[in-house]
Design a protein around this ligand. Structure first.
Ligand code: ADP
Length: 377
């Protein structure tokens, strides 16, 4: 099946055509500055016209069978990918308050396709869906129940498409049926989150009500004392200023001044003290979470690294694993340095828990999920 995968942001639209039989990547592209003037498309409809124009030559030869949308927030309703109709689109729209930066753009992307190709099957694949198996003790915050009932304040978790994809491949690599597989999965990109996977299902995850909670990320603080927000508000900062501070000006960017892990590792190796502090804070927080999730899953068979930093930064993996000695985890120094696009083991045979590097591919995961839903409908 030929699937157009759409990932629409508030001012950008990423697309990729995937063939789910051959796994071949067709046209791929990024349209930016939507609605920002300066010659960019005025809205998501115009952006879709540009995508269609870019795809036109290829589509004449091999038409599309379906469109798969990455949708950030599926709330409590969506635990699986779904075939989109008007009611589903409105349900996604009703979740806008939970993901004000993302879901409105996802809905615009869906409506733009509906307007352009009314008969095209469309599927929504949710970033939150894999975490719908979290037990209440993991999703509930210790705050009055009215906050949950009135505003839906609870842990949702994100990066689910990636965590699920990587979990399946890691189990396959180790020859373990996924339903018997316990692991801690670390998706470490600009955004970063961990999933505690027990029997192939997510039972805890480090991102919460929003993607701000948890690990130290490129520009996000991750966990901090919530009183800091109240304190800053009393100092006169507005809600928007605090939001920007914690989401865009914190994390590695705040600790080092740059959120590119390559620059941080290079600087630390050259003796830059701030860079080493940034690595220490980030790897320490991650190691603490890994220890906690090892307990949560009742003993992990594997610790899995994925996404930009997890797949590419041998130095960062080394820093993290060096903090896991109490768990009997041992990295194979030479295997860790190998660069490859394939899933691989980077721990020694006598390591108490296997350490894996498994490349993620959210587009492939969305294309496969889309094809499965369309075939079943
Ligand atoms: P996202 O999809 O969340 O934007 P990615 O998964 O692409 O992010 O990851 C981006 C991060 O990966 C950046 O911090 C970047 O520095 C890091 N990264 C990419 N390549 C390498 C590399 N070769 N070595 C170290 N870090 C890398």
């Amino acid at each position: 099946m030929r699937v157009l995968v759409i990932n629409s942001g508030s001012s950008s639209l990423k697309y990729q055509v995937r063939d789910t039989e051959s796994n071949e990547i067709g046209a791929t592209g990024l349209i930016e500055r939507i609605g920002e003037g300066a010659g960019g498309p005025a809205n998501h409809g115009e952006a879709m016209d540009q995508v269609a124009a870019a795809l036109e030559a290829g589509l004449a030869e091999k038409p599309l069978d379906a469109v798969g949308h990455r949708v950030v927030h599926g709330g409590e309703r969506f635990s699986e990918p779904v075939l989109i109709n008007n009611e589903i689109t409105r349900a996604i729209e009703r979740l806008n308050p939970l993901a004000p930066l993302h879901n409105p753009a996802n809905v615009l992307g869906i409506r733009a396709i509906t307007a352009k190709w009314p008969d095209m099957p469309q599927v929504a694949v949710f970033d939150t869906a894999f975490h719908r198996t979290l037990p209440e003790h993991a999703w509930r915050y210790a705050v009055p129940d009215s906050l949950y009932r009135k505003y839906g304040i609870r842990r949702y978790g994100f990066h689910g498409t990636s965590h699920e994809f990587v979990t399946a491949r890691a189990a396959e690599l180790l020859g373990v049926p996924v339903e018997d597989f316990n692991a801690v999965v670390a998706h470490l990109g600009n955004g970063a989150s961990l999933a505690a996977v027990k029997g192939g299902a997510s039972i805890d995850t480090s991102m919460g009500f929003t993607p701000l909670e948890g690990l130290v990320m490129g520009t996000r603080s991750g966990d901090i004392d919530p009183s800091i927000l109240v304190f800053l508000q009393r100092q006169g900062l507005s809600a928007d200023e605090i939001d920007t501070l914690l989401n865009r000006e914190s994390g590695l960017k705040a600790l080092f001044g740059d959120n590119d892990m390559r620059a941080i590792v290079d600087a630390a190796e050259a003796g830059d003290k701030q860079a080493q502090v940034a690595l220490d804070v980030t790897s320490y927080r991650l190691a603490k979470y890994i220890g906690g999730y090892h307990v949560a899953v009742g003993g992990a068979q594997a610790i899995v690294f994925t996404a930009g930093i997890g797949e590419n930064s041998a130095a960062f993996r080394e820093q993290v694993v060096a903090r896991l000695g109490a768990l009997g985890v041992k990295l194979d120094g030479a295997a860790n340095l190998v660069r490859s696009g394939s899933p691989r083991v980077v721990s020694t045979p006598d390591s108490a828990i296997a350490v894996l590097v498994v490349p993620t591919d959210e587009e492939q995961a969305i294309a496969e999920a889309t094809a499965a839903v369309v075939l079943a409908s």
